[in-house]
Design a protein. Structure first.
Length: 197
């Protein structure tokens, strides 16, 4: 049990720690809204990592083989979605800065969770990563304990990113600070989306 759990923790941090577009999105969302919304978004990413770890343990080689032929189109879809999110974030920040306080549709924790869950599930490299780890251990993935370790590691990292974004958001409480945060977040997301291509 403990070896499988530890392997899952290492695998979970391995996939979560490199800050990519999802991490930037979670940090930016926390900075612009609240820790609660950012934490929900982070849990969406962790849930996707947990789902992919579960799929890898259940049948990683077969699933990786099925996904391989469509990996490129999935990367294109993920890049397009990220570019759209970057554009919407920048446009919303610029529109808000250029006008009087206009009511906008609030980002709820549930919407943040579901949005990041869906976006993270578009990354087929994650299931390939977990499948390779499971296969590298001779097909012995560790079952439940491996998946739990991967999920908890990813969740702890995503919550750290959300907390960091929220802290930055509190430090930059003025309108100009929020505008800069949103534009920087949009630029980083756009750059990371382009690297998927």
């Amino acid at each position: 049990m403990s070896a499988a759990f530890l392997a899952g923790v290492v695998a979970g941090y391995g996939v979560a720690v490199p800050v990519g577009a999802i991490g930037a999105l979670i940090a930016g969302l926390s900075a612009r809204t609240s820790l609660r919304v950012g934490a929900a978004a982070g849990m969406g990413a962790a849930t996707a990592d947990g789902i992919y770890a579960l799929l890898a343990v259940a049948g990683g080689a077969a699933i990786a083989g099925l996904i391989a032929p469509i990996a490129t189109p999935l990367r294109w879809v993920a890049a397009a979605v990220l570019l759209g999110l970057a554009a919407m974030t920048a446009w919303g920040a610029l529109r808000k800065a250029g006008s009087a306080a206009r009511p906008e549709r609030p980002t709820t924790p549930l919407r943040a969770y579901l949005g990041i869950l869906g976006l993270t599930l578009l990354n087929p490299a994650t299931v390939v990563y977990f499948a390779a780890l499971v296969l590298g251990r001779g097909g012995e993935g560790g079952g439940f304990w491996f998946v739990l370790g991967a999920f908890l590691a990813s969740a702890s990292w995503q919550l750290l990113i959300a907390g960091g974004g929220s802290l930055v958001g509190r430090l930059l409480t003025g309108e100009r600070g929020r505008l800069i945060t949103a534009l920087v977040s949009s630029a980083v997301i756009a750059i990371l989306a382009i690297t998927l291509l």
